[in-house]
Design a binder for this molecule. Structure first.
Ligand SMILES: Nc1ncnc2c1ncn2[C@@H]1O[C@H](COP(=O)(O)OP(=O)(O)OP(=O)(O)O)[C@@H](O)[C@H]1O
Length: 217
Protein backbone atom coordinates (compact mmCIF):
# COMPACT_ATOMS: atom_id res chain seq x y z
CA UNK A 1 0.00 0.00 0.00
CA UNK A 2 1.15 3.55 -0.65
CA UNK A 3 1.38 6.17 2.09
CA UNK A 4 -1.52 8.60 2.48
CA UNK A 5 -1.23 12.29 3.21
CA UNK A 6 -4.51 13.29 4.91
CA UNK A 7 -3.64 13.92 8.56
CA UNK A 8 -7.07 13.81 10.21
CA UNK A 9 -10.82 13.66 9.82
CA UNK A 10 -12.44 15.98 12.33
CA UNK A 11 -16.00 16.57 13.45
CA UNK A 12 -16.64 19.91 15.15
CA UNK A 13 -19.63 20.43 17.43
CA UNK A 14 -21.71 17.87 15.55
CA UNK A 15 -25.40 17.60 16.30
CA UNK A 16 -27.70 15.02 14.75
CA UNK A 17 -31.44 14.47 14.47
CA UNK A 18 -33.15 11.42 12.96
CA UNK A 19 -36.78 12.18 12.17
CA UNK A 20 -38.17 13.93 15.24
CA UNK A 21 -35.47 12.49 17.46
CA UNK A 22 -32.36 14.45 18.51
CA UNK A 23 -29.55 11.92 18.94
CA UNK A 24 -26.53 13.87 20.13
CA UNK A 25 -25.37 17.46 20.34
CA UNK A 26 -22.00 19.32 20.26
CA UNK A 27 -19.95 16.22 19.58
CA UNK A 28 -16.25 16.82 18.86
CA UNK A 29 -14.09 14.05 17.46
CA UNK A 30 -10.85 13.52 15.58
CA UNK A 31 -9.77 10.43 13.67
CA UNK A 32 -6.02 10.65 13.10
CA UNK A 33 -4.00 9.00 10.38
CA UNK A 34 -2.42 5.79 11.64
CA UNK A 35 -4.73 5.26 14.64
CA UNK A 36 -8.22 3.79 14.54
CA UNK A 37 -11.19 5.59 16.04
CA UNK A 38 -13.66 3.02 17.36
CA UNK A 39 -17.23 4.17 17.97
CA UNK A 40 -19.10 2.19 20.60
CA UNK A 41 -22.39 2.42 22.48
CA UNK A 42 -25.65 0.52 22.89
CA UNK A 43 -28.17 -0.18 20.12
CA UNK A 44 -29.79 3.04 19.00
CA UNK A 45 -27.08 5.27 20.51
CA UNK A 46 -26.39 6.85 17.11
CA UNK A 47 -23.22 5.09 15.90
CA UNK A 48 -24.48 4.47 12.36
CA UNK A 49 -25.91 7.98 12.21
CA UNK A 50 -22.55 9.44 13.24
CA UNK A 51 -20.73 7.39 10.60
CA UNK A 52 -23.19 8.59 7.95
CA UNK A 53 -22.48 12.19 9.03
CA UNK A 54 -18.73 11.60 8.73
CA UNK A 55 -19.18 10.04 5.28
CA UNK A 56 -21.25 12.98 4.05
CA UNK A 57 -24.34 10.80 3.58
CA UNK A 58 -26.36 12.63 6.23
CA UNK A 59 -26.27 16.34 6.99
CA UNK A 60 -25.60 17.33 10.60
CA UNK A 61 -28.22 19.60 12.15
CA UNK A 62 -25.25 21.67 13.39
CA UNK A 63 -21.47 21.49 13.19
CA UNK A 64 -19.23 20.34 10.38
CA UNK A 65 -16.86 17.64 9.17
CA UNK A 66 -13.47 18.56 7.76
CA UNK A 67 -10.18 17.06 6.60
CA UNK A 68 -6.78 18.36 7.59
CA UNK A 69 -3.69 18.04 5.43
CA UNK A 70 -3.65 16.07 2.21
CA UNK A 71 -4.62 16.98 -1.32
CA UNK A 72 -6.58 20.13 -1.96
CA UNK A 73 -8.59 18.63 -4.82
CA UNK A 74 -11.72 16.61 -4.38
CA UNK A 75 -14.25 16.55 -1.59
CA UNK A 76 -14.48 14.20 1.33
CA UNK A 77 -16.41 11.61 -0.69
CA UNK A 78 -13.59 11.13 -3.20
CA UNK A 79 -11.25 10.17 -0.39
CA UNK A 80 -13.29 7.65 1.53
CA UNK A 81 -14.65 4.15 1.58
CA UNK A 82 -17.95 3.75 3.40
CA UNK A 83 -19.20 0.30 4.34
CA UNK A 84 -22.67 0.36 5.84
CA UNK A 85 -24.76 -2.44 7.31
CA UNK A 86 -25.98 -3.22 3.83
CA UNK A 87 -23.33 -5.02 1.78
CA UNK A 88 -24.46 -3.29 -1.46
CA UNK A 89 -24.14 -6.56 -3.38
CA UNK A 90 -26.18 -6.91 -6.58
CA UNK A 91 -27.54 -10.46 -6.52
CA UNK A 92 -28.08 -10.72 -10.28
CA UNK A 93 -24.41 -10.01 -11.08
CA UNK A 94 -21.52 -12.37 -10.57
CA UNK A 95 -19.23 -11.95 -7.59
CA UNK A 96 -16.45 -10.66 -9.87
CA UNK A 97 -18.77 -8.25 -11.72
CA UNK A 98 -19.93 -6.78 -8.40
CA UNK A 99 -16.35 -6.10 -7.36
CA UNK A 100 -15.33 -4.85 -10.78
CA UNK A 101 -18.25 -2.39 -10.68
CA UNK A 102 -16.98 -0.95 -7.40
CA UNK A 103 -13.39 -0.92 -8.69
CA UNK A 104 -14.47 1.23 -11.63
CA UNK A 105 -16.70 3.52 -9.53
CA UNK A 106 -14.21 4.03 -6.72
CA UNK A 107 -11.10 4.10 -8.89
CA UNK A 108 -8.94 1.12 -9.91
CA UNK A 109 -5.98 2.03 -7.73
CA UNK A 110 -5.66 -1.11 -5.59
CA UNK A 111 -5.62 -4.87 -6.11
CA UNK A 112 -7.21 -6.32 -9.23
CA UNK A 113 -10.49 -8.20 -8.85
CA UNK A 114 -9.05 -11.74 -8.75
CA UNK A 115 -6.36 -10.73 -6.28
CA UNK A 116 -8.85 -9.03 -3.95
CA UNK A 117 -11.22 -12.03 -4.06
CA UNK A 118 -8.29 -14.28 -3.10
CA UNK A 119 -7.33 -11.93 -0.28
CA UNK A 120 -10.80 -12.09 1.30
CA UNK A 121 -11.09 -15.85 0.85
CA UNK A 122 -13.48 -15.79 -2.12
CA UNK A 123 -10.91 -17.03 -4.65
CA UNK A 124 -12.53 -19.28 -7.27
CA UNK A 125 -16.03 -17.89 -6.62
CA UNK A 126 -15.80 -14.96 -9.06
CA UNK A 127 -18.15 -16.48 -11.65
CA UNK A 128 -20.84 -17.33 -9.12
CA UNK A 129 -24.06 -15.30 -9.02
CA UNK A 130 -23.74 -13.07 -5.95
CA UNK A 131 -27.28 -13.89 -4.76
CA UNK A 132 -26.12 -17.34 -3.69
CA UNK A 133 -23.37 -16.09 -1.38
CA UNK A 134 -23.81 -16.62 2.34
CA UNK A 135 -24.09 -13.61 4.68
CA UNK A 136 -20.44 -13.87 5.67
CA UNK A 137 -19.34 -14.25 2.05
CA UNK A 138 -21.32 -11.12 1.10
CA UNK A 139 -19.55 -9.27 3.93
CA UNK A 140 -16.20 -10.52 2.60
CA UNK A 141 -17.16 -9.22 -0.85
CA UNK A 142 -18.02 -5.82 0.65
CA UNK A 143 -14.64 -5.78 2.43
CA UNK A 144 -12.91 -6.56 -0.88
CA UNK A 145 -14.03 -3.09 -2.03
CA UNK A 146 -11.50 -1.66 0.43
CA UNK A 147 -8.76 -3.51 -1.42
CA UNK A 148 -9.55 -2.74 -5.07
CA UNK A 149 -9.40 1.01 -4.60
CA UNK A 150 -6.88 2.75 -2.35
CA UNK A 151 -8.60 5.49 -0.43
CA UNK A 152 -7.17 7.17 2.67
CA UNK A 153 -10.33 7.12 4.82
CA UNK A 154 -12.26 4.00 5.79
CA UNK A 155 -15.60 4.49 7.53
CA UNK A 156 -16.94 1.09 8.52
CA UNK A 157 -20.20 0.20 10.22
CA UNK A 158 -19.86 -3.05 12.15
CA UNK A 159 -17.40 -4.41 9.58
CA UNK A 160 -17.05 -7.89 11.08
CA UNK A 161 -20.77 -8.72 11.26
CA UNK A 162 -21.35 -12.28 9.97
CA UNK A 163 -17.62 -12.95 9.55
CA UNK A 164 -16.14 -16.16 10.94
CA UNK A 165 -13.11 -16.00 13.23
CA UNK A 166 -10.60 -16.38 10.39
CA UNK A 167 -12.23 -13.66 8.31
CA UNK A 168 -12.35 -11.36 11.35
CA UNK A 169 -8.59 -11.82 11.75
CA UNK A 170 -8.10 -11.15 8.02
CA UNK A 171 -10.17 -7.99 8.27
CA UNK A 172 -8.09 -6.86 11.28
CA UNK A 173 -4.92 -7.40 9.24
CA UNK A 174 -6.31 -5.27 6.38
CA UNK A 175 -7.23 -2.54 8.87
CA UNK A 176 -3.81 -2.57 10.54
CA UNK A 177 -2.07 -2.43 7.14
CA UNK A 178 -4.26 0.53 6.16
CA UNK A 179 -3.35 2.34 9.39
CA UNK A 180 0.35 1.47 8.98
CA UNK A 181 0.20 3.12 5.54
CA UNK A 182 -1.04 6.32 7.20
CA UNK A 183 -4.74 5.71 6.57
CA UNK A 184 -7.66 6.90 8.69
CA UNK A 185 -10.13 4.33 9.99
CA UNK A 186 -13.38 4.95 11.86
CA UNK A 187 -15.42 1.89 12.81
CA UNK A 188 -18.62 1.37 14.76
CA UNK A 189 -18.61 -1.94 16.53
CA UNK A 190 -20.04 -4.05 19.33
CA UNK A 191 -17.05 -6.41 19.31
CA UNK A 192 -13.26 -5.93 19.60
CA UNK A 193 -11.70 -5.34 16.17
CA UNK A 194 -8.00 -5.98 16.96
CA UNK A 195 -6.83 -2.86 15.14
CA UNK A 196 -3.95 -2.12 17.52
CA UNK A 197 -3.96 0.95 19.74
CA UNK A 198 -7.15 2.86 19.05
CA UNK A 199 -9.09 5.85 20.29
CA UNK A 200 -12.61 5.09 21.51
CA UNK A 201 -15.66 7.30 21.28
CA UNK A 202 -18.43 5.86 23.42
CA UNK A 203 -21.85 7.31 22.61
CA UNK A 204 -23.60 5.90 25.67
CA UNK A 205 -24.67 8.66 27.98
CA UNK A 206 -24.66 11.15 25.11
CA UNK A 207 -28.20 10.37 24.00
CA UNK A 208 -30.49 13.36 24.41
CA UNK A 209 -33.59 12.35 26.39
CA UNK A 210 -36.81 12.60 24.39
CA UNK A 211 -39.31 15.15 25.60
CA UNK A 212 -43.02 14.77 24.96
CA UNK A 213 -43.18 18.08 23.09
CA UNK A 214 -40.81 16.56 20.51
CA UNK A 215 -43.53 14.06 19.61
CA UNK A 216 -46.00 16.92 19.22
CA UNK A 217 -43.89 19.11 16.92
N1 LIG B 1 -34.01 7.34 8.88
C1 LIG B 1 -34.35 7.44 10.17
N2 LIG B 1 -35.46 8.12 10.53
C2 LIG B 1 -35.81 8.24 11.83
N3 LIG B 1 -35.08 7.71 12.83
C3 LIG B 1 -33.99 7.03 12.53
C4 LIG B 1 -33.55 6.86 11.19
N4 LIG B 1 -32.42 6.13 11.19
C5 LIG B 1 -32.15 5.87 12.48
N5 LIG B 1 -33.09 6.40 13.28
C6 LIG B 1 -33.12 6.34 14.74
O1 LIG B 1 -31.92 6.93 15.25
C7 LIG B 1 -31.50 6.23 16.39
C8 LIG B 1 -30.02 5.87 16.23
O2 LIG B 1 -29.92 4.90 15.19
P1 LIG B 1 -28.50 4.37 14.71
O3 LIG B 1 -28.74 3.37 13.64
O4 LIG B 1 -27.63 5.53 14.41
O5 LIG B 1 -27.97 3.67 16.06
P2 LIG B 1 -26.77 2.66 16.31
O6 LIG B 1 -26.04 3.14 17.52
O7 LIG B 1 -25.95 2.49 15.09
O8 LIG B 1 -27.54 1.31 16.64
P3 LIG B 1 -27.17 -0.24 16.45
O9 LIG B 1 -26.10 -0.57 17.48
O10 LIG B 1 -28.46 -0.93 16.78
O11 LIG B 1 -26.74 -0.46 15.03
C9 LIG B 1 -32.42 5.04 16.58
O12 LIG B 1 -33.35 5.35 17.59
C10 LIG B 1 -33.11 4.91 15.25
O13 LIG B 1 -34.42 4.45 15.36
Amino acid sequence: MTGFSIAALTGDKLSCRRGFKPLFRDLDLTARAGRALVVTGPNGAGKSSLLRLLAGLLAPSAGNVRLSGGPEEGGLREHLHYLGHDDAVKGALTVAANLDFWRQVLGPTGSDVEEALDEVGLGGLGRLRASVLSAGQKRRLAIARLLVSQRPIWILDEPTTALDVKAQAQFAAFGRAHLAAGGILVAATHAPLDLGEADELNLSGRAIPLRTEEFDS
